[in-house]
Design a protein around this ligand. Structure first.
Ligand code: PEP
Ligand code: MN
Length: 358
C-alpha cells in the first residue's frame, strides 16, 4: 500500500499520515520526491483499510501495490535516489558517474597505499578493499579483518577516498559500519535475510551485489529487505551470474541495468572484474556498462596482480585503470553523464583542496 500526497501537502500533513499509519500498527516510510511525497506502508498482513487514510488532509490517493516490492519501486519514488557523502562532492546515483577502485583484498599496508595512491591519481572517488573475504576454500586467504579496516581508514584520511568494504556476517557488519563509508553485501550473501535486515537498521549506504543466480525480482526483493528496516540508501551492483558458458568466470548481465532502472529508483553499479574474471575483458565491459547507462563501476586494481592473494587474474594494472577513466569520460558524454575526477571537498570542511586527477 502506498499513500501519495498532494504536491502542495505540508510537512505536518505528511507527518500526520505517518503517525496514523504507525497507530494502525504498521510502519510508514515517507519518500520525498521532486514533486510530491509518497509514503510506503509495510508491516501489514493483509490490505490496509483505505478509507481512513484517503480522507486525511493532503492525501492525493491511496494505491494498492501489486508488486512484491514497494520501497525499491519507482511507483513509490519517481526520482532517482542520489546518495551523498558529507564533506565531499561524491555521489552515487546522481548525474556524475561513480568509480570505485582498489584491490580485491587488503593484503598489507604497503599494497593498499600503493594502489590507493594510483587510483586516487587517476581520479577515483571511492576505494574498495576486502577486509573480510568470502572465499570458496576455507584454506584460502580470508582477509586481514580489523587491521584492514584501519588501513582503509588511514587511506580515507590521506587521499579523501571514501571506503567501500564487505561485511560477511552480522558480526563483521558492526565493524564495517563503524570504519567504512559504504557497506558491501556480497553476491553469496544477497539472500542472507538476517544480514540484510541488520544492515537495514544501520544508517550507512549498502552496496548490494546480485546473487550468483538471482533473478531481477529476487535482487530487488533483497534490496527491499534493507529498505523495509528504514535504510533507504541502497546501491545495486551487477557482478555477473552463473550460466553454461565457461570462457568467462561469470556472465556479466548488462541488460539488467535498464531493467532495474525501469522498475526502481535505486542506483546500479557494474562490476566488470567479477563479471568476467579476466583482466583483458575488464576495459571493454566497463565501457559497455557505462554505455548501457550504469551509474558507475566497481573494479579491482592491483599493482602486482601476479602476486595478489585473491582475484589477481581479474585485477587490472593501475595504468589500465587510468586508461579506463579516460575512456569512460568520453563515453559518459554520449549518455549525458559526467565523470567527476577526484574529490572536491565541500567548502567549509577542514580540507578544502581539490584532489585532482592529473
Ligand atoms: C568482491 O567484491 O571482492 C566480491 C567477493 O564480490 P562478489 O560478492 O560479487 O563475488
Ligand atoms: Mn574479488
Amino acid at each position: 500500500m502506498l499513500v501519495v500526497m498532494k504536491a502542495q501537502a505540508t510537512e505536518e500533513q505528511v507527518h500526520s499520515v505517518c503517525q496514523k499509519i504507525e497507530k494502525l500498527g504498521y510502519r510508514a516510510h515517507p519518500m520525498p520526491g521532486a514533486t510530491r511525497t509518497a509514503i510506503g506502508i509495510t508491516g501489514n498482513k493483509g490490505e490496509v483499510e483505505q478509507g481512513t487514510l484517503e480522507e486525511m488532509p493532503g492525501v492525493q490517493e491511496v494505491i494498492q501495490v501489486s508488486k512484491p516490492y514497494k520501497l525499491v519501486s519507482r511507483d513509490t519514488k519517481l526520482d532517482n535516489t542520489v546518495i551523498r557523502f558529507p564533506g565531499t562532492a561524491a555521489t552515487i546515483g546522481g548525474p556524475g558517474l561513480t568509480i570505485v577502485a582498489g584491490p580485491c583484498a587488503i593484503e598489507s599496508r604497503e599494497q593498499a597505499f600503493i594502489v590507493a595512491e594510483r587510483v586516487h591519481r587517476a581520479g577515483a572517488q571511492f576505494f574498495r578493499g576486502g577486509a573480510y573475504k568470502p572465499r570458496t576454500s576455507p584454506y584460502a586467504f580470508q582477509g586481514l579483518g580489523l587491521d584492514a579496516l584501519k588501513i582503509m581508514a588511514e587511506i580515507r584520511d590521506k587521499f579523501g577516498l571514501r571506503i567501500v568494504t564487505e561485511a560477511i556476517d552480522n558480526e563483521t557488519l558492526e565493524l564495517v559500519a563503524e570504519w567504512a563509508d559504504v557497506i558491501q553485501i556480497g553476491a553469496r550473501n544477497m539472500q542472507n535475510f538476517s544480514l540484510l535486515k541488520h544492515a537495514g537498521r544501520l544508517r550507512k549506504p549498502v552496496l548490494l551485489k546480485r546473487g550468483l543466480s538471482a533473478t531481477l525480482d529476487e535482487f530487488l526483493m533483497a534490496a527491499e529487505y534493507v529498505m523495509s528496516e528504514g535504510n533507504y540508501e541502497v546501491i545495486l551492483c551487477e557482478r555477473g551470474v552463473r550460466t553454461f558458458t565457461d570462457h568467462t568466470r561469470n556472465t556479466l548481465d548488462l541488460s539488467i541495468v535498464p531493467a532495474v532502472q525501469r522498475l526502481s529508483h535505486l542506483p546500479i553499479l557494474v562490476d566488470p572484474s567479477h563479471g568476467t574474471g579476466k583482466r583483458d575483458h575488464v576495459l571493454p565491459m566497463s565501457r559497455a556498462a557505462i554505455a548501457a547507462g550504469a551509474d558507475g563501476i566497481i573494479v579491482e586494481v592491483h599493482h602486482q596482480p601476479d602476486k595478489a592473494l585473491s582475484d589477481g587474474a581479474q585485477s587490472i594494472y593501475p595504468n589500465q585503470f587510468a586508461l579506463m577513466m579516460d575512456e569512460i569520460e568520453q563515453i559518459a558524454s554520449v549518455v549525458h553523464r559526467k565523470l567527476p575526477r577526484g574529490l572536491q571537498m565541500e567548502t567549509g570542511s577542514a580540507d578544502t583542496h581539490v584532489a585532482k586527477a592529473h
